[in-house]
Write a protein that binds this ligand. Structure first.
Ligand SMILES: NC(=O)c1ccc[n+]([C@@H]2O[C@H](COP(=O)([O-])OP(=O)(O)OC[C@H]3O[C@@H](n4cnc5c(N)ncnc54)[C@H](OP(=O)(O)O)[C@@H]3O)[C@@H](O)[C@H]2O)c1
Length: 304
């Protein structure tokens, strides 16, 4: 038994419980008997209601809260700014206030969309933020309020999250490849894909160290190892999926982002530098390629 182990499991309340990161975090954490999870989807805990947050904290008395709840639709956020600010900013403030009052550490997920993407070499935690759209701006303001109202917090910014469930680029690519003979994809956007399971691994590792007394509150970046482009990521998805399924797509077409007609510009570089996480927590990046293989195995095993 390692020194940090408590006699009772660490009780972690997870918001946004139907989302991809929440699902994979809990699945991974349940294999580790040091944790107990209360995983609450939107119908069980709407984080836009301060009363509902207070009631959930009073009822479950968690040791940690992990906030994965978010309005993540980058294009829809341009048309629904109220919803975006309500979930990504105001609800984060409510969580911070309630967790602060009870001294419950709050671990909050954030995004590469805080950056404008002009630094090809990538972004570290100290770099200035400059979001390109409503989604990024709402997440930025959520971060600021969290810092203001609950000093015992971790903000974990992640990028290009994929998993075997939910709405993500990997699943949308497979869907398109089943229907379309050609897929156009940006070859001028670079980033690091990150599996939801890997995000879960990082969160659990951080909680264990915080529980052991690490005084390491603050903002961190995490993403899978190896910088790639959207085009190369798509190519990797199709190549790996092709081992399981004959896909209709035979033509993968590299195009500039501006040709893709999205509502809001995406950061040209979403690369997050992860040195601070390594130097503070000793947590290393895992290669996204092996995570991709594992996620595709999950997808196709589920289907058989
Ligand atoms: N996905 C990515 O590529 C990516 C990249 C960078 C950062 N992140 C961040 O990582 C975190 C987790 O992302 P994810 O990919 O797991 O997102 P996800 O799959 O969209 O999960 C978010 C969950 O939050 C729920 N939700 C929305 N409004 C809510 C509310 N008012 N109260 C409670 N729950 C609510 C959503 O429900 P509905 O689906 O019913 O709305 C969804 O189940 C988010 O903070 C996100 O911004 C994600």
């Amino acid at each position: 038994m390692t020194e940090w182990t408590k006699l009772l499991p660490i009780k972690v309340l997870v918001t946004g419980g139907d989302g991809q990161v929440a699902h994979d975090l809990v699945l991974l954490g349940e294999q580790d008997n040091h944790f107990e999870f209360i995983c609450l989807g939107l119908s069980a805990l709407d984080v836009t209601s301060p009363d509902a947050i207070q009631q959930a904290l009073d009822r479950y008395m968690p040791d940690y809260v992990v906030n994965t709840a978010a309005f993540n639709n980058v294009d829809a956020a341009e048309h629904e700014p109220e919803r975006s600010f309500c979930v990504n900013r105001d609800a984060v403030k409510s969580l911070a206030v309630e967790c602060g009052a009870l001294s419950i550490p709050l671990i909050h997920l954030s995004t590469d969309h805080l950056f404008d993407g002009h630094y090809a070499s990538g972004y570290s935690e100290d770099d200035d933020v400059s979001p390109l759209g409503v989604f990024g701006e709402s997440k930025r303001q959520g971060e600021d309020l969290l810092r203001q109202y609950q000093p015992k917090h971790i903000i974990l910014r992640v990028s290009w999250v994929f998993s075997a469930r939910g709405d993500n680029y990997l699943l949308r690519t497979l869907e398109n490849a089943r229907k379309q003979a050609a897929i156009e994809t940006a070859d001028d956007r670079q980033g690091c894909p990150t599996s939801a399971t890997d995000v879960g691994r990082v969160i659990l590792a951080m909680i264990k160290q915080l529980e052991n007394g690490a005084d390491a509150w603050g903002t961190y970046h995490y993403c899978g190892a190896e910088v790639t482009t959207r085009y190369r990521f798509t190519e990797a998805i199709l190549a790996a999926a092709g081992q399981y399924e004959a896909l209709k797509t035979i033509d993968l077409v590299p195009v500039p982002s501006r040709a893709l007609h999205v509502e809001v510009e995406r950061p040209a570089s979403s690369v997050l530098k992860c040195k601070k996480l390594l130097s503070t927590f000793g947590i290393r990046q895992r290669p996204w390629r092996s995570e991709l293989v594992a996620v595709l195995r999950q997808i196709y095993q589920k289907d058989t």
